[in-house]
Design a protein around this ligand. Structure first.
Ligand code: PHE
Length: 339
């Protein structure tokens, strides 16, 4: 038995497995229940007792030596099989196509960021609103055309409930629950019953702003809007305020910026005027403040509101509002990556 053990030990270094089948054959030959080592083990009981100690040790040594060698063969086989596949581990990986932020989100956030630097925080509110918050509290007369079915989406079973047509409803909600100073921007989706065309959509986004405190004047409004314009469109850009009308502001104005495309010389975008309208604004009507529980004898404020699609169309020179809603990846991938 001693000789057989010595012979087997001398075979160990020559064991080779070139493929999994050869490895398996070796494993079965030496280590399985009916393998060489097992049968030596079962013969061990016939070894004369004075040799048992010595042979026992040798046998144990033989068994572990084979176990180690055969598991070594397995490892060799595994690592060589990786090298023989088609992988080139040193090759740089394919770039994974990442998503991009939607241009409306980018512009909306940029607008809010600029006003944030002036101390405006963001306020949110429901898209499905009641008549009071969208219209009545804001001084819309009962027969104002905005309440018309043509302009507003009503909930059929309850005409008091509407899809908000502007985010001024959020301003009302904040005024009802907060005492001045109030300085908020209200970004969000709004809905109007418009025919869809290159210039208009029934769903779009607004950022409105509201500032209420003691002694707020039109000068503050104009300066805030000038700051916003120069930050967003560049320091060369000029603004112009034209008198206008909104039920909830008095006086009211529309703000134009000098045309980004022609620099004021006149082109198709500015209809050859050199100016492009970007938002409505004005001093909050004292009646609105009183409607919302803010004392108009103590406080005054300004408000403004702009359409995000319109601003994005000017910034990126996009000529069809429908592109924002079609989710064509060729369009969307042109804007800044999210990562
Ligand atoms: N709410 C107006 C609109 O949707 C915009 C606006 C806001 C005008 C605040 C003046 C002041 O058109």
């Amino acid at each position: 038995m001693r000789d057989r053990i010595i012979k087997l030990l001398s075979e160990i270094d020559n064991l080779k497995a070139n493929n999994p089948e050869e490895y398996e054959a070796l494993r079965i030959k030496y280590l399985s229940k009916k393998g060489v080592i097992s049968s030596l083990m079962s013969e061990f009981r016939d070894v004369p007792s004075e040799q048992k100690k010595e042979i026992g040790q040798k046998l144990n040594h033989l068994k572990t030596a084979f176990q180690e060698r055969i598991s070594e063969l397995k490892k060799e086989l595994e690592s060589s099989s990786v090298q023989t596949t088609d992988f080139d581990l040193s090759r740089t990986s394919y770039p994974i196509p990442l998503g991009t932020r939607h241009p409306i989100s980018l512009v909306k956030e940029e607008i809010c960021d600029i006003f944030n630097r002036l101390g405006f925080s963001i306020a949110d509110g429901p898209e499905i609103e009641d008549d009071w918050h969208v219209f009545s509290s804001l001084n819309f007369a009962e027969d104002h055309p905005a309440r018309d079915m043509q302009d507003t989406f009503f909930i059929q079973s309850n005409p008091e409930i509407v899809l908000r047509t502007h985010t001024s409803s959020v301003q009302t909600r904040v005024m009802e629950t907060t005492q001045p100073p109030i300085r908020i921007t209200c970004p969000g989706r709004v809905f109007r019953n418009e025919d869809i065309s290159a210039r208009a959509h029934c769903l779009f986004h607004q950022v409105e702003g509201l500032y209420i405190d003691k002694d707020v004047s039109f000068v503050d409004l104009k300066q805030a809007l000038l700051y916003f314009t120069k930050e967003f469109f560049g320091s060369e850009t000029q603004i112009r305020l034209r008198p206008s009308y909104f039920p909830f502001t008095e006086p009211s104005a529309e703000m134009d910026i000098s045309c980004q495309i022609c620099g004021g010389d006149g082109c198709n975008i500015c209809k050859h005027t050199g100016w492009v309208e970007i938002m409505g604004c004005g001093m909050v009507d004292p009646a609105v403040l009183d409607n919302c529980g803010i004392d108009s004898k103590i406080y005054s404020g300004y408000a403004f509101g702009m359409g995000v699609e319109r601003i994005a169309m000017l910034k990126y020179q996009i000529n069809d509002i429908r592109l924002f809603f079609e989710n064509d990846v060729n369009f969307l991938h042109q804007f800044q990556s999210a990562f």
